[in-house]
Design a binder for this molecule. Structure first.
Ligand SMILES: C[S@@+](CC[C@H](N)C(=O)[O-])C[C@H]1O[C@@H](n2cnc3c(N)ncnc32)[C@H](O)[C@@H]1O
Length: 422
């Protein structure tokens, strides 16, 4: 059930003074005592905002006119960003420096609210997209019934017909998926890997065969209901991090910013300080990025176990770690695999769960391993802060937190937290 009310105020225009930033690309304002979550605004601004949604508890609105602009405001580089337009970016109207301050404020606020911790957060730049554009190495385009492609509008199934996407990596843009016709497709995903391969993944409309235009890609996949069919090339790509190549299933998980994999691996190793001979876990290991770094650090006297639920990703991880016999990969859900394998202790745990976070049961299970350090990689500061509070209840203290601007122009931020056992 949603708490969305009959939208009686939708379309109304309100003059608002914008207060602080909130999680999710919104700023907070008040109207007659009610909270209004405003997009396309910045803290300190006076705006005219159009209500887009009314719930029993709050309003959502888009700033459609700026009466008193913030000094952080810039002209959005993308012509498709703005009220009612493409939903891919949230902060095109803020300078990059301001975007990082806003994200730092959001992370700090989540920790204050959910973990009762007062943190000074700095959001660090990730190398590879200095102007905040051209970084997205995986873009999913939605396709209309008539075969035209575009990007979804914010909180909508409607499609914005863009002619280019400025945050897409140039190798994604070279395909020009948004300018081609895709009859019979429901979605098209373009992936550009650092090893030089490029994949186009076409999801057909149910019970239809997509009519695929001529595209410049080494891998072409048809991802129907019966599974993935390779129409051209192999279904996997090569990603390079330092001296190491990783095989990654084209439709599987890999960090989307070109500098993110190396940056996060560096942060995990810096914070976790794996030592030769140690026993380390890499939970939610994907294609084995962190497991590889951990295995090199613990050496042949140590051991690393990666746990991954996606069968293809687990296979990729095994393949990627084949030269490191101290590393093993278990296919399964973290929630059951640790019990099934009777893992009772570890020296170091690295965990990189999806947005939903670890959750109470996994936090308890991981805390029970009595590792001296837990490195928690997270793309959602709210679930991270919640889980850090639960770890605190099991004797783990937040020792360090780094935050990375891995998704410039959007509200997303990546955090790496170090928890140590008191
Ligand atoms: C955020 S990604 C991290 C992958 C890897 N650490 C990396 O940086 O490339 C999360 C991974 O967890 C996997 N996953 C999701 N739920 C899981 C679960 N319950 N147990 C194990 N793995 C899971 C996903 O398939 C995905 O590969």
């Amino acid at each position: 059930m949603t708490d969305t009310k009959e939208a009686d105020m939708a379309g109304e225009r309100l003059e608002l003074t914008v207060d602080t930033v909130a999680n999710g690309g919104w700023c907070v304002a008040r109207h007659e005592g009610r909270v209004v979550f405003v997009r396309h605004a910045l803290p300190g601004e006076r705006v005219v905002a159009e209500v887009t949604e009314e719930t029993t508890k709050f309003l959502r609105a888009d700033a459609v006119e700026v009466l008193e602009p913030s000094p952080d405001r810039v002209t959005p580089p993308c012509p498709f960003a703005g009220p009612g337009r493409c939903g891919g970016c949230d902060w095109q109207h803020a300078s990059l420096e301001a975007q990082r301050r806003l994200k730092a404020d959001v992370v700090a606020e989540q920790f204050r609210r959910l973990a009762s911790l007062d943190l000074k957060v700095v959001v660090e730049e990730v190398p590879g997209a200095e102007n905040g554009l051209g970084w997205r190495t995986r873009v999913r385009f939605a396709v209309e019934r008539d075969g035209t492609a575009g990007l979804r509008r914010h909180r909508s199934h409607d499609i914005e017909h863009v002619t280019e996407c400025l945050i897409a990596h140039p190798a994604v843009e070279e395909v020009g998926a948004e300018r081609l016709a895709w009859p019979g497709a429901a979605a098209v995903e373009v992936v550009a890997a650092s090893g030089g391969d490029r994949a186009v993944i076409v999801e057909p409309v149910p019970r239809r065969r997509a009519d695929i235009p001529d595209v410049d890609a080494s891998v072409l996949l048809d991802e129907g209901r019966r599974g993935t069919r390779a129409l051209r090339g192999r279904a996997s790509l090569t990603e390079r991090v330092g001296e190491r190549d990783f095989r990654v299933t084209a439709s599987g998980f890999w960090q989307v910013h070109p500098g993110a994999a190396a940056t996060l691996l560096g942060a995990v190793l810096d914070l976790g300080r794996p030592e030769p001979g140690e026993w380390a876990l890499d939970l939610y290991c994907g294609a084995g990025l962190f497991a590889a770094g951990l295995a090199e650090a613990v050496g042949p006297e140590g051991a690393v176990l990666g746990v991954e639920s996606e069968p293809q990703a687990a296979q990729d991880a095994r393949f990627n770690l084949r030269d490191l016999p101290q590393a093993q990969v278990e296919r399964g859900r973290v929630e059951e695999a640790l019990d099934r394998l009777r893992i009772e202790r570890a020296d170091l745990v690295v965990a990189d769960p999806p947005r939903a976070g670890l959750g109470r049961a996994v936090v308890e299970r991981v805390a029970g391993l009595q590792a001296s350090r837990v490195v928690y990689v997270s793309c959602d500061p709210a679930t991270l802060a919640r889980d850090v509070a639960w770890f605190a209840g099991h004797g783990y203290r937040l020792e360090d937190l780094r935050a990375f601007d891995q998704y410039p122009m959007t509200h997303h931020v990546e955090c790496v937290a170090l928890l140590v056992r008191d």
